[in-house]
Design a protein around this ligand. Sequence first.
Ligand SMILES: Nc1ncnc2c1ncn2[C@@H]1O[C@H](COP(=O)(O)OP(=O)(O)OP(=O)(O)O)[C@@H](O)[C@H]1O
Ligand SMILES: [Mg+2]
Length: 328
Amino acid sequence: MTLDNLLNKDLKFIFFGGKGGVGKTTCAAAAAVWYAKNTNLKVLIISTDPAHSLADSLDQPIGGEIKSIEGVENLYGLEIDPKTAIKDYKSLMGISPEESLSDMSPVPLDELGMGDMLDTSPPGIDEALAFGKVLEFIEKKDEHDYDLIIFDTAPTGHTLRLLSLPDVLDSFLGKIIKLRLTLGKFVGKLKSLFGKDTTEDRTMEALEKLKESVGKAQVDLSDPEKTSFCTVMIPEAMSIYETERLITTLYEYEIPISNVLVNMVYPVIPDCAFCAARRSMQEGNLETIREFYAEEFEITEIPLFDTEIRGIERLEMFSSKLFGKNED
Ligand SMILES: Nc1ncnc2c1ncn2[C@@H]1O[C@H](COP(=O)(O)OP(=O)(O)OP(=O)(O)O)[C@@H](O)[C@H]1O
Ligand SMILES: [Mg+2]
């Protein structure tokens, strides 16, 4: 079984997620390379993992601005930088990036219950804002005309926060609105001190717009014709437990799951007692995985290769296990 089932749909978003180190980035990058080379879609791969390794996987620099991927026409990459997201968050609030937010309040922010949302961004907010921005890209089809966006996500816990984005953003916007109301005059004075226009404050408008695009995104993200979540795992007990948790939460957020990728399956190697022992441990777990998921999802088994999967060529080789009819 392969990921070919994804090709029957006009998907806009494909997520790859799972436990740390199981091969999420490799699968996401390989799928992105495959799509860009084998379809006429314009593909954007986005890393939402603050500990980015997408650039390492594709073996070229990427960074916080969308970059065309060398060696693959129609493929673009972006590593979302939480610091940039915080900067945007400050600018949304109409506050200069150099200002320390907590210094600006006329009353201690902790008293307002807002201490946690300043300077050190609360968990999920950086992702929420960055993701909100990405969703705006998608809406502005004429300026950012990506047909397919592939997400290389952070290990499970972090990703679950990303998926709770609409809730997070809702409460975040609520807090911001409260903060704006409290600080409104103060920020206005500060702006006039720097000679900035105080008559037109577009901050609230920008926030409302962000909220609107997140609302729209929620519709897209729960539409199985537009979104697919591929869980990546390895045939080991700990990974099975974590996948269960991930899948349960994905159901909760109504994110459509289509595929389970079981990576790093030991090949059968004659005369290797170590490999045979690993293989037999994995066989038991593979049975469990098939029992759990075969009815609902497409299961793709990917062998453990004897090399690191790095650079376009190797990713392409890896992708031959993801797409096209293969021996599995
Ligand atoms: N099937 C495979 N055979 C051999 N090596 C692999 C395979 N899959 C992944 N790797 C290697 O394993 C390492 C971890 O893979 P990868 O970075 O894709 O995992 P990840 O789940 O994204 O990790 P993280 O949770 O840190 O983001 C990489 O060095 C990658 O090249
Ligand atoms: Mg990764």
